[in-house]
Design a protein around this ligand. Sequence first.
Ligand SMILES: C[S@@+](CC[C@H](N)C(=O)[O-])C[C@H]1O[C@@H](n2cnc3c(N)ncnc32)[C@H](O)[C@@H]1O
Length: 341
Amino acid sequence: MSINNYKMSKEAQNKNLHKAKNNKKDEFYTQLPDIENELRHYKEHFKDKVVYCNCDDPRVSNFFHYFSYNFEHLGLKKLIATCYKNQDADLFSQNDSDKAIYLEYDGDKNGNNIPDPEEIGIIALKEDGDFRSKESIELLKQADIIVTNPPFSLFREYVAQLIEYNKKFLIVGHQNAITYKDIFKLMKENKLWLGYGFKGGAGHFINTEYEDYATAGDHRDGMIRVSGVHWFTNLDINKRHEDLILYKPYTLEEYPTYDNYDAINVNKTKDIPVDYKGIMGVPITFLDKYSVEQFEILGLSASAGYSEEIVGIPFLGDKDARPLINGKNTYARIFVKNKKI
Ligand SMILES: C[S@@+](CC[C@H](N)C(=O)[O-])C[C@H]1O[C@@H](n2cnc3c(N)ncnc32)[C@H](O)[C@@H]1O
């Protein structure tokens, strides 16, 4: 089988994608410049590593493209990509095969520095290429680093599997996932953090299926704009060691204490007081600026219910566990302490 069987014209690609009736809205594709922009911060992690893209149809995945074309530059050992065969039987009907497959690439053999079709091994899968399938898990076990944009609807399960198999990873997800109990717990324990991210906190993804609600100025043809997307990783990056520069002194008036927590409210991350020793409730976007040496994450208060494990600090109220000031709800807050004071 040759990679050519899997190469499609843009038109055929769009037609096929259009047929993918996935009402979970998981079918949109990451642009190459967005992958390049993030990955340039991680080069040192990839030397001699096996990279696995496990939600990636190589015909449309720019992750496969990025890693195959940068194989030598990054010094990779091997690249694996699995293609999920969607339940929709029509999805790949324009191709010679409607089977799920995986690809292996061991680098350039003929010295032209380009991943040629004959250098890429294409192997049929017996199962459907689901990242949870036995075959995909066997490939996962071989891999050192998993890099992809997985289906957002399965994000929890997806991350849980990576943690279970003790893998390094760099994946795209929605920032709403931060408030999922299991995801936040990992972030609090410094087992997961945010990468560098998309410009303006929003990404344009290749898409022909869903309606784009972006305003005229933000709309791009053939794309869907998704705001609140971010990179999630457990690879160490400089960013998480860069202290936030603080300059505002604490005052009682500007930083009121919550009715139901022994913590002060901070509305903007940049306004975190430079001299406050105690617990502070900061916006969730703080995590984008979080330096592991500067702050300790204690917990998160995002809903009316109190769970000691997630909120992390004692609850002093009676019912509503959202952070309240004079009986009024503020926004979801992360509780942190400055370790350097
Ligand atoms: C958000 S898209 C991103 C695709 C690709 N990784 C990219 O960034 O261009 C998520 C992909 O995961 C695939 N997918 C959905 N459920 C899956 C599953 N259970 N196992 C593996 N892949 C799945 C979808 O078909 C879709 O192509």
